[in-house]
Each structure stands twice: as C-alpha cells, then as structure tokens.
Design a binder for this molecule. Structure first.
Ligand SMILES: Nc1ncnc2c1ncn2[C@@H]1O[C@H](COP(=O)(O)OP(=O)(O)OP(=O)(O)O)[C@@H](O)[C@H]1O
Ligand SMILES: [Mg+2]
Length: 431
C-alpha cells in the first residue's frame, strides 16, 4: 500500500462530521479506506457557531477514519455549506490575439486564471470556477476547444463564492484540529458527485441534499452544473416544529420524527396514536397524538421547504431550462413520504439516492446522509491537484487556497501548471 496515494475529505455537517479517506485506483475507480463519523453540535444552519465543539468533532471523526484506514492525515478537502454560498454563470472575454492561433491547454489554463481574477474583483471569497464552454470568435460554442483556432475567446463559467468570515471560521476550526485545508469544496457539488448518475446530469436534474440545518441545491443541464445554492432549512426545523407543537424535548421530537413521522399523513390511520412526553407544567403524563396529526405538521414544513427550493430555482438563467427530474439525498430525505411529496410538488420524476457503491465502502455508508462526505472525496480526487494529504501541510508544496500556483483545467478543475489532465483526448461538445 502506497500511503501517499490516499486523500481525505471532511464533511462538517450541522449534525455530524464525516471524514472519508480513500484513493483513486490505477483503473480510475475510487477505493474507500476509512470513514469516521462524529456527532457535532458546533454548527447552526451549516455554519460554525461553536469553534471548540466543531474542532472536537472534526478531531474525533479524523481519529476514527485514520484508525480504520491505517494512515494519519494532516491535510484534507473540507466541505463548505451555509446560505452565504452564491453561484452565478459568467461570460468573460479571456483571450484576444491580433491573429488567429491554435488553442492549447496553456491558453485554457490562462483563460481560467483570467476569469478567476475578474470574478475575485467583485467581492466574496471565490470558491469554484467551473468551465462550461467557450465561444470562439463569437461563432463556435464548444466545450473543449483544444486544437481549434481562434483570435478571440469568451469563456462561459459557473462561479461559486462565499462569505469570507464564515469560510475563515470553518478553516480555523479545521486547523485547530491539526488539519491543513487543502481545498474547500461546496457541499452541493460534493453531494451531486456521489448521488447523481451521468445520465441524470446529461438529461437535466435538480439535486437536493436535505441535511440537518441546510438544504443544498445543485442543478445540472447537459452534463454541466448550472446552478448551486444553499437554503438555511433542514431536518432541524422539522424536529423543532414538533418541539413547539407538543412542548416536548428536542431528543424526543427527533426520535418520533424519525421513527413515526411521515409527510404523507393521508395514508396514516386517524386512530393510530403515539404518546409524547410534554414538558409543559400544565400537562400531566404523556399526551396522545395521532400519526395523522404528526404527519400534517411535517407535511406543512416539507411543503414550505420545497416552495423555498422552487423560489431558488426561479432564477433568470434557469428560465428556459425544463427540468423534470429531482434527486433527493441527505439525512432529511429519509423522512417517510418525502419522495412522494416532491413528485407532487415538482411534477416530475423523483428518486432518493445515497452514494453509489464503491470498493471498500461499507454498506452502512451507502445512505443519503453520507453523499456529501463520499462525494467530496471523489470530486477532490477527480478535480483537484494530485498530492499527498498524509503527513504534509501543503498540497504539491503549494499554498493552495488563493495561491497563484494552480491553474484551472477545462474539465478537471484546478491543477498545477504543467500537469497533464488525463482528459486531453476529449472531443469538443456543443454547448
Ligand atoms: N429516518 C429518518 N427520518 C427522518 N429524518 C431523518 C432520518 N434520519 C435522519 N434524519 C434527519 O436528517 C437530518 C440529518 O441529515 P444529515 O446527516 O444529512 O445532516 P448534516 O449533514 O449533519 O447537516 P447539514 O448538511 O445540513 O449541515 C436530521 O435532521 C435528522 O433528523
Ligand atoms: Mg450535510
């Protein structure tokens, strides 16, 4: 086993931290070597609110994953969430030569660096610049223009930004746990990597990762990400509605929600009752609640969540994009009836997904709650510069975040100048 092959991803979620260690095998498949999970109450709505609790949860999840994998980690990809995350699609002129010339990998690298600089100017911390395609001399629209000729190039990109202070707080929590943040990966992109099939991405799909404190949204059309966003609503609000309605403890409400809750109360019998311990002074003994009453409350919250999602999808750049497929993931997607309700609200095909099976991935993690952690490792392995996460404090010797040493590869993302992408034989596809 060559330890240097291994990399780590840390999904710092509102209810749990998941560390995943794995590597890309010579045949291109991903192998998982260790997974560590630690409950976490240091976050609210996807953002760090208690630094010490977050650091502690990161430490324990790393310790568990490292023990399982038999390797120690010093550096990792870290997942970023929170409603401060914003995305946009840009067209930028990136190349203007007096004479027509051949487009090389270096030209594309420099083009992405130009977009990076221009997008950085307008405020917020730049997290991702994902190329969508290129317009050559305002005529051809191509996804992969290497080998073609042009005088002028415009780049079409999906750009994701976040709030500097929230990002720094997460980074500080990871660093206090002894981890160098090799790169930040926004959670919607990570979850999509694990939960979606390539057919879904090609045909057009909305991915919803319904977590504990957030719902991450990623929209793909024609194989490309066209929209990403985070809503500050997740399973916590569902549970909290029960706390308020029945004046019970959060722990009991959580247990009732997961064990007996449903967002399709129509199917529950009016007579089927549960007994809930109320904390109200005026109530003596447990109160009886029908499953239908419980479901009605949860259904209202789920409706509200899907209505907010629809609002987030009502952006001008999705106006002419007919999408009738939705994939649900995240722990919140496990609430009974969510798939049926989503089918009704979005009027399309809906499925619930966890991470696809991978070599070494224990069955218990093929669960919607682990899509972000597993997807983050896969996305990092496929899209970010190679380099060990083990026993090093930097990737490839470069100060990675915000560093000028990395360049954007047209299809594989950031990489170090001079590295081959491994995808250079891809043919151009119209956008
Ligand atoms: N069987 C279940 N039925 C209903 N809800 C469930 C079930 N299992 C888990 N959940 C809910 O899933 C939520 C946690 O999901 P997840 O683990 O994906 O969140 P997270 O990644 O920690 O948070 P976030 O992504 O929002 O930062 C909790 O609100 C929990 O109540
Ligand atoms: Mg999550």
């Amino acid at each position: 086993m060559i330890q240097e092959d291994y990399r780590a991803a840390i999904d710092v979620g509102t209810t749990k931290v998941v560390t995943v260690i794995g590597r890309e095998r010579p045949d291109g498949s991903v192998e998982i070597a260790g997974v560590g999970v630690s409950p976490c109450n240091g976050l609210s709505k996807g953002m760090v609110r208690d630094d010490a609790a977050t650091t502690q949860a990161i430490k324990s999840s790393i310790a568990e994953a490292s023990k399982q994998a038999g390797v120690s980690i010093k550096s990792a990809y870290v997942g970023l969430s929170g409603s401060h995350i914003e995305s946009s699609n840009r067209w930028d002129q990136v190349h203007d030569n007096p004479a027509e010339s051949v487009i090389t990998q270096e030209v594309l690298d420099a083009s992405m660096a130009t977009v990076h600089d221009m997008a950085s100017d307008s405020g917020g911390k730049l997290l991702h610049v994902i190329p969508r395609g290129y317009a050559l001399d305002n005529r051809h629209l191509v996804r992969m223009p290497i080998g073609m000729h042009a005088r002028e190039i415009h780049a079409h990109t999906h750009v994701v930004k976040g709030d500097e202070a929230s990002i720094e707080r997460l980074r500080a929590a990871a660093e206090s746990a002894g981890i160098h943040v090799a790169d930040l990966i926004v959670e919607p992109i990570a979850s999509a990597e694990a939960a979606l099939t390539s057919t879904e991405r090609d045909d057009g799909v909305v991915l919803l990762d319904i977590g504990g404190g957030t719902t991450d949204i990623a929209v793909f059309v024609g194989g490309q990400i066209v929209h990403s966003a985070v809503l500050p609503v997740g399973g916590w609000q569902f549970t909290n509605d029960l706390v308020t309605a029945f004046m019970t403890s959060f722990e009991e409400a959580e247990e009732i929600k997961c064990g007996s809750g449903s967002v399709t109360p129509e199917v529950a019998s009016m007579r089927e009752e549960l007994f809930i311990n109320s904390l109200a002074d005026s109530v003596e003994g447990p109160i009886a609640v029908t499953k239908r009453e419980l479901g009605q409350l949860l259904k209202e919250r789920a409706h509200e969540l899907f209505r907010l999602v629809k609002g987030k999808l009502a952006t001008p750049h999705l106006a002419n994009v007919p999408i009738d497929r939705v994939v649900l993931t995240g722990g919140g997607a496990k609430l009974d009836g969510m798939q049926a309700l989503a089918r009704y609200v979005f009027q399309g095909r809906v499925r619930t997904s966890g991470p696809r099976p991978l070599v070494g991935l224990d069955e218990q993690y093929q669960d919607p709650a682990y899509s972000a952690g597993i997807g983050m490792l896969i996305w990092g392995l496929r899209n970010l510069p190679s380099g060990s996460h083990l026993g090093v404090s930097t990737v490839n010797g470069a100060e990675v975040l915000g560093g000028g040493n990395r360049w954007y590869d047209a299809f594989t993302g950031w990489r170090k100048r001079g590295e081959r992408s491994g995808n250079e034989t891809r043919t151009g596809v119209s956008v």
